[in-house]
Design a protein around this ligand. Structure first.
Ligand code: ATP
Length: 428
């Protein structure tokens, strides 16, 4: 019958996206048009031997373009500031982590490098990268400036050269609790820098931290997206920055194929989702909703239909959030229903499908191009293939989709479950 046929073809489409080999990364790393391309090896980037060991222990063979370009700037003496843009999943984290670890002096038992991330999950994830990368450089300790971590060993925290955290807690540690002496900070990293600047609360906190830092402190700003006004603001707050910026047409990744499905209502979107549930659970999927309420509703309805899904949204307790993301990372949960809280930075290699149950719009209902790029960038990590499926249910959302399409000048194909031939063609 029809549903079965449609489902099997969608299965095929998704499966065809899952064919990945390390070979593919190697091919991309030798293609000058790829953001993974490099001419240099990690050895040539003059990293400390302990860090080079860490890099290889993580299974990295060659640097990506952003790593190759940014590292020499960041490691230069005297230290230089940098505002850098590179596509999602191209290794920005490793780049600034290596810079942080290179600049701290393990003999000095106090914080020297700070990194702020917009969310709790992302701070934890980046912390893990710091730990892995610094595995063979064990003198360098790390501490997490995140909610609920204050009482845990204030002593170790005063000794740790590297601190990763969220802006509110980081500011408290600098100002209120004085765990960190800002005057001794040598490197300050803003990860997802554009959102740190564009979100008022984050901006206030980040700028207040920045004002306490010494003049010669190195500032590093990284993101996959920088809206024009945000870019200009970044240039105003960072003295004499080096700049790595993408052209608009370079921002999207060709390895992520983008589609949309046309529905008539929220309920129809839900039904369409049920139809492809089998296919998307071949690997892992993230489903984005506009509000916590919709996310809660959707997760509930999917569960009621017998589909196992996990829910992560901002109002949950941080411990709960950590548990959910761990289960998803471990593959114990195949489908994660979430909000923009997970749109940025989350790096789970197995995510092959991203579904926008609601298209991203800002407070005024305008298309949010940056969030769109970050959301679909949860798939297609470091050369992997990915699939983004947008659910359109009104003239309004069709308009949003069209504007996103125009903005990136990149076609979003219609995926018509009624048109089996079409799917067959795409699936190849
Ligand atoms: N040189 C490398 N070789 C192989 N894998 C790498 C290399 N650099 C990074 N990776 C891997 O690629 C994945 C994506 O990297 P990372 O999370 O740093 O991307 P990002 O640019 O920060 O993405 P986002 O914009 O989504 O935050 C990670 O799993 C990381 O381990």
């Amino acid at each position: 019958d029809y549903d079965k046929a449609a489902q099997s073809l969608l299965n095929k489409l998704i499966r065809s996206n899952l064919v990945n080999t390390t070979n593919q990364v190697e091919v991309l790393q030798r293609d000058p048009n790829s953001p993974l391309y490099s001419v240099k090896s990690f050895e040539e980037l003059r990293l400390k031997p302990q860090l080079l060991q860490g890099v290889y222990a993580m299974g990295f063979n060659r640097p990506s373009k952003i790593q190759e370009n940014a590292l020499p700037m960041m490691l230069a003496e005297p230290p230089q500031n940098l505002i850098a843009q590179s596509q999602s999943g191209t290794g920005k984290t490793a780049a600034f982590v290596l810079a942080m670890l290179s600049h701290v002096d393990p003999n000095n038992k106090f914080p020297q490098a700070l990194c702020v991330s917009p969310t709790y999950e992302l701070a934890l994830q980046t912390g893990k990268v710091i730990e892995q990368m610094g595995k063979h450089y064990s003198e360098v300790k790390l501490v997490y400036a995140i909610r609920g971590n204050k009482r845990k060993g204030i002593f170790s925290l005063l000794l740790s050269p590297v601190v990763i955290g969220t802006p509110g807690t980081m500011l408290d540690w600098c100002l209120k609790f004085k765990f960190i002496d800002p005057k001794k900070i040598k490197v300050f990293v803003l990860d997802e820098a554009d959102v740190m600047i564009a979100t008022q609360g984050h901006q206030d906190q980040s700028i207040r931290i920045q004002r306490m830092l010494p003049k010669q402190c190195q500032m590093l700003l990284f993101s996959a997206t920088f809206e024009e006004t945000v870019w200009n603001f970044a240039q105003r707050i960072v003295p004499d920055p080096n700049i790595i910026k993408l052209k608009r047409e370079e921002e999207t990744l060709d390895t992520i194929k983008q589609y949309y499905v046309l529905c008539n209502s929220k309920e129809e979107k839900f039904m369409a989702l049920c139809n492809i549930y089998g296919a998307i659970t071949i690997a892992q999927a993230m489903i984005f909703c506009h509000t916590r309420k919709t996310a809660g509703w959707l997760a509930g309805e999917l569960s009621r239909e017998g589909h196992q899904v996990a829910l992560l949204s901002g109002e949950m307790q941080v411990e709960q959030r950590a548990a959910v993301i761990d289960r998803f990372r471990d593959g114990k949960e195949k489908v994660l229903v979430t909000t923009n809280v997970c749109a940025r930075g989350i790096d789970v290699e197995q995510v092959s499908v991203v579904i926008n149950f609601d298209l991203p719009v800002d407070r005024d209902g305008n298309p949010d191009n940056e969030t769109y790029l970050h959301r679909i960038g949860r798939t297609g990590r470091f050369g992997k293939r990915g699939l983004a499926i947008n659910m359109v249910d009104s003239r309004f959302s069709m308009n949003v989709l069209n504007k996103i399409q125009e903005h990136f000048n990149k076609k979003i194909e219609k995926l018509d479950t009624d048109d089996l031939d079409e799917i067959e063609k795409i699936a190849g």
